[in-house]
Structure formats: C-alpha cells, structure tokens
Ligand binder design. Sequence first.
Ligand SMILES: Cc1cc2nc3c(=O)[nH]c(=O)nc-3n(C[C@H](O)[C@H](O)[C@H](O)COP(=O)(O)O)c2cc1C
Length: 327
Amino acid sequence: MRYAFAPMEGITGRALRELHAAWFPGVDCYCLPFLSPTEVHQLTPRQRRELEPGPLGYDRLLPQILTKNPADFLWCAGALAELGYGEVNLNLGCPSGTVVSKGKGAGLLRDAEALDRFLEAVFRDAPIPISVKTRIGLEDPGEFGPILRVLARYPIRALTIHPRTRREMYGGGVHPEAVTLARETLSCPICCNGNLFTRKSVQETETALPWLSGLMLGRGLLADPALVTRCKGGERSRKALLGFHNDLCEAYLGAMHPNQAALPKLKELWMYLCLLFPEDGTWKRMRKCKTWSEFYPLTQTLLKDRPILPEADFARINQSSAVYPGP
Ligand SMILES: Cc1cc2nc3c(=O)[nH]c(=O)nc-3n(C[C@H](O)[C@H](O)[C@H](O)COP(=O)(O)O)c2cc1C
C-alpha cells in the first residue's frame, strides 16, 4: 500500500513537506497544493521555489492543477514536465464557493458532457501522464456513476477519491461504496482519501478494500505527523514531534513576517496538531494569540510537558462544519 500526504493549500507547502519527510519516514508521495494557471502562462518566482524538488526529488512529489481551461492545463502541465515532473494531477474536488462557481475543481463535475470535452482535450495533448483527484459529485452521491463512465474513457494514471459530494465539504461520514463503484468501473489504480485519522481507520480501510493501490491522508497527518510512520510499524516520538515543529517554526520565521504571516500559518497546523493533546483550554488561548511571542511558548508547553494521546482526538472537530473552527 502506498501512502500519500494530501495536498492542502496554505498548509502543506515546501517547508512542511520536506521537514515532515525528514522527521517522519513512511510517506511515499507528497501531493502539492493546486496551481491555478492564468492565461499569462508564466510560473511566478514563488511557484518556481515551491516546485523545486529539494531532497524529496521529483519521484516523491506530485503537482496538481486546478483549471477548467484545457489550454491553461496543457501549458501548466508542459511547464511541469520541463521542470522534471513525470506526472500531474487534475483537481476535480475543490469545494470552495469561488472555485466551484467558476466551474473549476468540483465545479467540473456539474456537467458530465463538459467534463468529457475537457478531458478529451487535455488527454489528447498531455505532455506527461495525468492522474485525477475527485469528489463523487456536487449534490448527491448518485452523480458519481455518470462521472465514472466519463473518466473510464481516458488513460488516467491513477484516481484518488475523496468520497464526499461538494455539498458535504469536509464533514460527516464518507461514502465508501463510491470507491467500490470506481473499482468496478475503472481499470486504473485507485487511491482512497478522507477521514483516515487513526491507525485503526487506516487498517480497517486496507482490510475492507485490499485492492486499493494507495491511501491519501490529510488532516490525520497534520494532527499526528507520525500516523503513517506508525501504520508502517514505527513509533511516535516526542523528540521527532518537537524537532519537526521547531524546525518548521525556524523555516517560517526565516521566510516571513512573524505576526502577519508565520503566525497564521502555524495556527493552521495547530488547529489539527492540538487534537493530539488532551483538551485543557490551551487551543482556545492559542486561537486568541495575536503575536508570535505569545503563541510560541504555548506550543512548547504542549509539546514538551503535556501527555500525548494514543490517537488524535478528531471527535473534537465539529462534524457538521467539518473543518475545525479556524484560527
Ligand atoms: C485547508 C485545506 C486545503 C486543501 N487544499 C487542497 C488542494 O490544494 N488540493 C486538493 O486536491 N485538495 C485539497 N484539500 C483537500 C484534501 O487534500 C483532502 O482531500 C481532504 O482534507 C480530505 O482528506 P482528510 O480527511 O484526510 O483530511 C484541502 C483541504 C483542506 C482542509
């Protein structure tokens, strides 16, 4: 079974990916948050820096494109191929209102014929193999059948399924039967994503769906960076957690303004990382911090002195709004 770190825009940037890999062995592939190409057809200096392979190398990185325009997709895939990437991922899942209203991300799932035309154009001229990450529809899981029948027409390198509709955002349960339906309809490797928060849920998924080629973990790995290491038989260590966290702080402080940029970024990680510690009101205090110098000592108290839970406590997340109340 291959394990992938899910792309998470604003969170899983280059520093986090590289430090995670250095401190927590086991993740086979790190997916990059989406690139959203414009008609300018030029990578920005910031995008170029994010796309440098660094110690992970091209083989363990998978870049992703979010667009509804075949010409923009093909330009961006070409630029990625030129840099050295051997595969590109198409985003058919982003549920954000502004993205979907423009017909991108999960918005591409609205009309099966339009999706077919888009895929026809991009697969015809793709410079490198294309994999796809998808939701199972916009409003209703029943939409997935027709979507799969369109996907089945193309040589998709691999399909990652987040088995929720766009309406479900990130909350409530997932629809595992949609993953089985994909297996019956497609011949490409299939990777399952969504709510894999504990070693038990990973093991149960592997047992229930032994034909999966991979699992993709997002929030579970933010809350417990050692989750995949543990799934592969390794241990969680406080030293690694502290090392990873403090190296990441150093990287953020070296690259951005402490209070205006580094603090909000670190808070986004802590929305999930706090679930690894018993609820004691610290996260409530952390959320209110306005400066790095108020926030950082609280992180050290948790990381150095508080007990670490056997598994991250995702029951604390409000399942109806799905993503933990933001910083
Ligand atoms: C803050 C945030 C940013 C995300 N950014 C992306 C993205 O850039 N591309 C993408 O395909 N999915 C993105 N996702 C979705 C995740 O990759 C993943 O599918 C989702 O979190 C469900 O998996 P999980 O339950 O393991 O977290 C994002 C999710 C969150 C919460």
